[in-house]
Ligand binder design. Structure first.
Ligand SMILES: Cc1ncc(C[n+]2csc(CCOP(=O)(O)OP(=O)(O)O)c2C)c(N)n1
Ligand code: SF4
Length: 349
């Protein structure tokens, strides 16, 4: 988000739709995410002329074609490098980076890490379908152990990476989660936009062709009440229609599920969600994802939000300080340090 776009533009969902033919498989979760983004942008007062979608390579990375704004469909895993250049060249632009679990965690894992630790002011939407969709279903860094695919015919043996744990470890100051067909996704996207700095959002996305219904155990409407923990800052961590909550076990300092009787969550020891609590965020990202916490609900919504100065602010301030009171002099700059003249006999130092 940037300050300029606070002068709200008036748009409708139609203004964010392009004339491009959408080339995702019928039933792909990417459609729902696209709609959620196109619904969110008018509500944010975002301006298409001031918005840039940047992506790498993958099915998810086709996103910029389908949003009526500026867009860059770049090189595999390298969207963070382009986003950094764009933002430094014009810090007033709103940057949305769209990537996949392969694009952002595999070939681009290093670039994602540096964007997050530098805290470039942009929204990073990582569509996690736990597979390489575009290249026909090879396993990815987020695929669960035992995933059979063309590259792991006997089942994958390596443990999966957790995008949110990775983001926290890389120093992200905003970490959130949602899933493709969730009604709450727009709320999550808005929170990401309003965070000043790199806002990392993992969006679970159904690749209906190569990894169908991977997230049904918590994303399906049936049973959602015990499988989803929607976090809200300042509110107790309750789920299952308020009959269960999350508390901290004092003995081993891990989270545990407790029963809440007659709505008395305080007596049950349920924790109040504080988005600035980084230690708790580290624990929340593991729920349901790590085998030890498999019986917990999936932590969704804004897990962590604690802003710090952004990369472009610090870079701009440093440049201004270094150049304060100095007249630009290109000739002097070129003649600075060692110079030599190249003659037919070689350089003359
Ligand atoms: C340098 C390079 N290496 C490999 C590829 C092949 N490739 C294209 S997309 C992709 C993975 C995409 O997976 P993901 O980011 O999860 O996106 P999805 O298609 O699932 O949305 C790979 C390996 C490539 N295009 N360029
Ligand atoms: S291959 Fe999977 S991720 Fe790609 S468009 Fe088809 S359903 Fe979507």
């Amino acid at each position: 988000m940037n300050e300029m776009t606070k002068i709200a533009a008036t748009t409708t969902i139609k203004d964010w739709e392009t004339d491009q033919e959408v080339r995702w498989c019928p039933g792909c979760g990417d459609y729902a995410i696209l709609k959620a983004v196109q619904r969110t942008l008018p509500e944010l007062g975002a301006d298409p002329a001031n918005t840039v979608f940047v992506s790498g390579i993958g099915c998810s990375s086709r996103f910029p074609y389908y949003v009526e704004s500026y867009g860059f469909h770049t090189i595999h895993g390298r969207a963070p490098a382009f986003a950094t250049g764009i933002k430094l060249a014009n810090p007033e632009l709103d940057i949305w980076l769209v990537t996949g679990d392969g694009d952002g965690m595999s070939i681009g894992g290093n670039h994602t890490m540096h964007l997050l630790r530098r805290n470039l002011n942009c929204q990073v939407l990582l569509f996690n379908n736990e597979i390489y969709g575009l290249t026909k279903g090879q396993y990815s860094p987020t695929s669960r152990q035992g995933t059979t695919s063309p590259t792991t015919p006997l089942g994958s043996v390596d443990r999966p990476a957790s995008p949110c744990a990775f983001a926290l470890g890389a120093g992200a100051r905003f970490v959130a989660r949602g899933f493709d067909v969730s009604k709450e996704l727009t709320t999550v996207l808005k929170a990401a936009y309003h965070h000043k700095g790199a806002a990392f959002v993992e969006i679970f996305q159904n690749c209906i062709v190569y990894n169908k219904d991977r997230f049904e155990d918590f994303a399906a409407p049936k049973g959602a009440e015990h499988a989803q923990l929607w976090l809200k800052h300042g509110e107790p961590m309750l789920f299952d229609r308020g009959t269960k909550g999350i508390s901290l076990c004092q003995d081993d300092l891990t989270l545990k599920v407790v029963d809440v009787v007659d709505g008395d969550w305080k007596s049950a020891g349920v924790i109040v969600h504080d988005v600035t609590n980084r230690s708790v965020a580290y624990m929340l990202v593991d729920l349901r994802v790590m085998p030890r916490f498999a019986d917990f609900p999936m932590a969704l919504g804004v897990l962590y939000d604690d802003p710090r100065p952004t990369f472009e602010e610090v870079v701009t301030a440093e440049r201004e300080q270094a150049s304060a009171g100095k007249e630009p002099n290109l000739a002097k700059l070129l003649a600075k340090g060692q110079t030599w003249t190249v003659t037919e006999d070689g350089p003359e130092l």
